[in-house]
Design a protein around this ligand. Structure first.
Ligand SMILES: [Zn+2]
Ligand SMILES: [Zn+2]
Length: 236
């Protein structure tokens, strides 16, 4: 569903609201600071910046797909430590896909903003050499696009569930630059076994292909199968 899932709990405490507001504000302020530290791009670096930005967008899409796959396919809501906080939001989204449209911007963005601060710190470190070499241009554009797309992964996912979106968002959805409602609807049809990526959807063929490859792996023979221990046999 997102880089970091949102906890769709029934009660949103004042502490959580403040936590999300501080996280998003910190992300915005550090982004502006990083931008002021960026070196001027040379003419020859423009192509590398474009390539880096595209790769960063694709990497953010892939990251959301991988995390969503784990959230949907692994563990249980009852799993200690992570079940309620990390797994439940993914399972709840299947039961009530429209619930995400009823959550505010801060609520769906706060966790991701906090998690991505180290990426901005890395960018700040390398920012002065931006545009000096092909590698620095590509790398910083990659990190910038990754951080921007990942921090907005929940709002982008939410737009794919909304009946009405701003015209600019609808344009980007139509041109497959942002996740389109029709593309994401395939995840919510059937058993939620495909189309896990929620930023652009570009990387879904890769994640879906890996899933099919996993299914095609031949079953182990009885002799190859690891022997279950007593404690494993006792699990539900
Ligand atoms: Zn799902
Ligand atoms: Zn969805």
């Amino acid at each position: 569903m997102s880089l970091a899932p949102v906890y769709h709990g029934p009660v949103r405490t004042r502490g959580l609201v403040i936590f999300d507001a501080v996280s998003v504000t910190a992300f915005a302020l550090v982004s502006v600071w990083v931008a002021t530290r960026l070196g001027a791009p040379s003419e020859g670096s423009i192509g590398w910046i474009g390539l880096g930005a595209l790769a960063g967008l694709a990497a953010a899409d892939l990251a959301t797909g991988a995390i969503h796959w784990i959230g949907d396919r692994c563990f249980r809501v009852s799993t200690p430590w992570i079940g309620r906080v990390l797994i439940q939001p993914f399972r709840e989204h299947h039961g009530d896909p429209a619930a995400i449209t009823r959550h505010g911007f801060l609520e769906v963005t706060g966790n991701n903003a906090l998690l991505l601060l180290p990426v901005l710190a890395l960018m700040a470190w390398f920012a002065p050499v931006f545009g000096h070499t092909a590698g620095a241009s590509f790398g910083l554009a990659f990190l910038g696009a990754f951080a921007a797309a990942a921090v907005l992964s929940n709002p982008i996912h939410r737009w794919a569930h909304m009946r009405r979106v701003p015209a600019s968002v609808a344009f980007l959805q139509r041109h497959r630059i942002l996740l389109s409602p029709a593309h994401h609807a395939r995840h919510h049809q059937g058993a939620h076994r495909t189309h896990f990526c929620v930023v652009t959807g570009w990387m879904n063929p890769l994640i879906d292909g890996l899933g099919r490859f996993r299914k095609r792996k031949p079953a182990l023979s009885a002799a190859e199968r690891p022997r279950a221990t007593g404690s494993e046999l006792g699990r539900a």
